[in-house]
Design a protein around this ligand. Structure first.
Ligand SMILES: O=C(O)CCC(=O)C(=O)O
Ligand SMILES: [Fe+2]
Length: 274
């Protein structure tokens, strides 16, 4: 197995690993170490089937079902994004499911059908973003907490620190995003809106990001505790000509006993605009 870092603050390509075969313990620890260091890993797998993808994901944590996204009928833990089924794309920066008290540790996303052009995915490093903040802003936000809310029903809400310490690397990272984070607690609404907008804009500056232009069979495995991602919604012309973009994703649960839990404040309130 060969790990080739990208020329970016995060990201590495992992070569010489056959994901059609089960991983041995050494592979799993090498991938874990690479994930901690590079935050998102790209595997040019050539294409693996859902069972192989599940086996790969399950090596890193129990797989979760998503509350709202479409999944394979026979494998509810495998989410499907397919432009032939639904027209929406995850085009806004986010970490996955931060409305949960323990958001997934990571996700394993495979490009099954790539559009002929466009549809690249971007990741941003939240540790690089935190390191890139000025001293004054760090002082201002270090002890703040924010409310995260789902866009689906029943509404799920959790409170997380605005700056989280990664449970394994010990690095500090920003933990607010434009899809789930609704308010910073203890501030007036205008102050909370201003600070949130400022932090989200800072966190997703291009200098903290890496972009992956997919080939079919590519797999991205990201650490959801310290990254955000979004998709370029620029493949509509290809879609109109019948070109699909289809991906399969599994999300691995955070391992028990590591790090602090967020506080869950489930409510039935209707979700705000996101
Ligand atoms: O479509 C993509 O490239 C990413 C979709 C997404 O946000 C996810 O898999 O969590
Ligand atoms: Fe996502």
């Amino acid at each position: 197995m060969k790990v080739i870092p990208k020329l970016a603050p995060l990201g590495a390509t992992v070569e010489d690993l056959d994901l059609r075969e089960p991983l041995d313990a050494d592979d799993v620890s090498a991938i874990r170490a690479a994930l901690l260091e590079y935050q998102v890993l790209f595997f040019p797998s050539g294409g693996i089937d859902p069972e192989q993808q599940i086996r790969f994901g399950a090596a890193f944590g129990r797989l979760e079902q998503h509350a709202a996204l479409d999944a394979l009928a026979e494998h509810p833990e495998v989410v499907v994004f397919d432009t032939a089924i639904k027209d929406n794309t995850a085009e806004w920066w986010h970490s996955d499911v931060t409305c949960a008290p323990e958001p997934p540790m990571g996700a394993i996303l495979q490009m099954v059908i790539a559009p002929e052009r466009g549809g690249a995915t971007h990741w941003a490093s939240m540790t690089a973003a935190y390191d890139g903040l000025d001293q004054q802003t760090r002082g201002e936000i270090n002890d703040l907490r924010a409310l995260h809310r789902s866009w689906w029903q029943p509404v799920q809400e959790s409170v997380h620190p605005v700056v989280r310490t990664h449970p394994e690397s010990g690095r500090k990272g920003l933990f607010v995003n434009s899809i789930f984070t609704k308010e910073i607690l203890g501030l007036s609404k205008p102050d909370s809106d201003e600070l949130l907008a400022r932090l989200v804009a800072h966190a997703t500056k291009e200098e903290f990001t890496v972009c992956h232009d997919w080939s079919e069979g590519d797999i991205a495995f990201w650490d959801n505790r310290c990254t955000q991602h979004r998709v370029d919604n620029d493949f509509a012309p290809a879609r109109r000509r019948g070109h699909r973009r289809r991906l399969r994703r599994c999300a691995a649960e955070r391992r028990r006993g590591i790090g602090r839990r967020g506080r869950c404040v489930v409510s039935r309130r209707a979700p705000g605009a996101s």
